[in-house]
Design a protein around this ligand. Sequence first.
Ligand code: HSE
Length: 337
Amino acid sequence: MKLCILGFGAVGRGVAKVISMKKEEMKEKYGLDLKITAVTDTSGAAIYDEGLDPNLLLKIKEDTGKISNYPEYGISKISNMEVLHKVDFDCLIEVTPTDIENGEPAKSHILKAFNDKKDVVTSNKGPLALSFRELAESAKENNVQLKYEASVGGAMPILNFAHDTLPSCNIKSIFGILNGTTNYILSRMAKEGSSYEQILKESQEMGIAETNPAQDVEGTDAACKVVILANSIMNRDVTLKDVEIVGISKITQEAISLARNEGYLIKLIGEISEDTLEVSPRLVREGSPFAVDGTLNVATLKTDLAEDVTVVGKGAGSIETASAILSDIISIYKSKE
Ligand code: HSE
């Protein structure tokens, strides 16, 4: 299976790493031969139809910051659209930064791939949160697959879990911590009393925050996930503007300490229920399933038949997010066997 990876930030590099780690295992377990035929970043691209070396891609990016320096197959200043025209691939891995104004240019990349009858795996929340129906319909019309497990909760299994493991159930509501960066900030503030700014800086260095970290702390990243969950597994037709959003930037150390003294933690919670589509800081009891630390995400799905089902897992991180992307790639491959 030939992969074209657009974007070589934390997630794109995670994909190269997991492919390097799992290439042989994929062949043995599933007969899946993964080849990266193109990778892009803002400098240009590396393109090779016989497959680029994932370790060399990572080394070149780390040493020089530019994927276009890849020996022999590097190309400067080629656009992502030109790469999509030029490259031979089966599945697009769209992992460029999330844009929450219009979902571009990721949305155009995805639609171009669909028109060319290619499947798409993405972690990009912008196009999904703003144009979910349009993308789903285009995939259907072109008879290709759109998979996006990595877009909600990184490695926390929720979308495929709801579709594939709970297909007997209607999901009535979802209540969850859907942003790793803010959970990391809030739990560190609660434990150590370190300053908000210092911890936010660390989250950026760890590669868990968005390229624009305001999206994390102002709650828009979690709101994108609320929209994706509502559309994907609760059959709604909503977009980002339908979500009421309050972030964590005004949460003070005093508020956290006060809550702790009463046995509570402050968490940024997303809620999707019959009359609520919201992201806001709320109190959760210490010791409850929502009292998860660090970059963990957690979500409770209220169902008609199975009652409450709660999932938890790392909500951000390069390898963790790439694990969900690789699972989607495997799922597409298996569906064609
Ligand atoms: N910045 C996001 C988070 C990345 O912290 O959850 C995963 O979507």
